[in-house]
Design a protein around this ligand. Structure first.
Ligand code: B12
Length: 302
């Protein structure tokens, strides 16, 4: 099957999988990747004869629980609630099957398997023409803002690689850097992971500064995204996409499950059953700690 036909078939399969945007990038080294000893630096460290990276994006702009505005409800994030916390995997399986049925290798980037995630999805997305990397280090798409959950497939199939990268449109804007309450974005484009609340609320010790800044956040933080001008229209009126119905059901299912006093009464077993559905890997004691701090904030009304 020639490059054009196979690329077209993959786009159609992605559409049937309710994927909002898909792009193809050359599977070569990411020379700027700062974790230079990391497997993600070069896709060929994972698949020596890799030729292409298929990058997929699913819009998650509307995946919020209205009660998150209430201090008595624990808040997480759109990525967390979407179920794609450790990468988009299931929606990519029909594409991987198409590739293997056509005699090619196909390896889906799956953070829950290797805990590593074999593709730098943001850098691959930039190379595939899906958007540019913002000063918050996230991918920004002109149409979807930062609200794209990403996923990827490594393959030795030669595809119609994107030739044009989006220009960087951050220019002089520093909204995200100024808004981060724990100064994790002092250097533009480089997230100081050690300071980032999304990291610390998952597996770190909390300084008084973080405790004072977390409000009802029990997992993840979206402050840098909520101040990004490219997300403004999405905060007001999220787009309706192919996955909207699917996400609305998730929102309805979880609407009243984040009430802090209920979360505080969960046993380790109940926590595991309830939250494993989100395919996250956050220890029970960390979850409990965050819930207790959020309750103190709600009691103090701050
Ligand atoms: C590790 C990880 C984290 C860690 C560390 C994040 C980090 N930036 O390193 C933690 C837990 C903190 C985290 C948090 C979040 N994450 Co995360 N994370 C990942 C993961 C697994 C790897 C990212 C990575 O490679 N980091 C290593 C660093 C070195 O690479 P980098 O961030 O690309 O940094 C580059 C820039 O700094 C660049 N750079 C340096 N100088 C300059 C200068 C210029 C001009 C430019 C352009 C670039 C540039 O060089 C670095 C690369 O070398 C990916 C999944 C994947 N496989 O890619 C998801 C992923 C990036 N995360 C994602 C999301 C959504 C988040 C959160 C928003 C979740 C939330 N709270 O809602 C937060 C946001 C925090 C933030 N502002 O980045 C999404 C991003 C989607 C998007 N639209 O961009 C991904 C792709 C997951 C997914 N499957 O959708 N994450």
């Amino acid at each position: 099957m020639n490059r054009k036909t196979l690329s077209e078939k993959i786009r159609k399969t992605a559409d049937l999988s309710k994927i909002d945007i898909v792009g193809f990038a050359k599977a070569s080294e990411f020379v700027d990747y700062s974790l230079n000893k990391h497997q993600r630096r070069d896709p060929r460290l994972t698949m020596p004869n890799a030729k292409s990276i298929i990058v997929a994006g699913i819009y998650i702009g509307g995946v919020v629980i209205p009660e998150w505005k209430d201090p008595w409800y624990g808040r997480t994030s759109r990525l967390y609630l979407s179920g794609f916390f450790l990468d988009i995997v299931k929606p990519l399986e029909p594409i991987a099957d198409l590739l293997t049925d056509s005699g090619y290798q196909a390896e889906i980037c799956n953070g829950s398997i290797d805990g590593v995630s074999i593709i730098s999805l943001k850098l691959a997305a930039v190379r595939a023409g899906l958007g540019w990397q913002g000063k918050h280090s996230l991918l920004i798409s002109k149409k979807y803002g930062t609200f794209l959950a990403l996923g990827g497939i490594l393959t030795n199939a030669d595809l119609e690689h994107s030739v044009q990268e989006e220009p960087n449109r951050c220019h002089k804007c520093t909204e995200c850097q100024e808004a981060c309450p724990v100064k994790a974005l002092e250097k533009p484009y480089v997230l100081d992971v050690k300071k980032c609340m999304s990291n610390l609320l998952a597996n770190g010790d909390l300084s008084q500064e973080v405790i004072d800044s977390m409000e009802n956040r029990i997992q993840d933080c979206e402050i840098c995204q909520e101040t990004c001008p490219w997300n403004k229209k999405h905060l007001k009126n999220p787009l309706t996409t192919k996955m909207t119905k699917h996400f609305q059901k998730k929102i309805n299912d979880w609407q009243d499950k984040f009430f802090l006093k209920d979360l505080n009464r969960l046993s380790q077993h109940q926590y595991k059953i309830l939250f494993d559905k989100f395919n996250i890997d956050i220890p029970f004691n960390i979850f409990q700690r965050n819930v207790k701090i959020a309750i103190k904030h709600a009691e103090k009304g701050d």
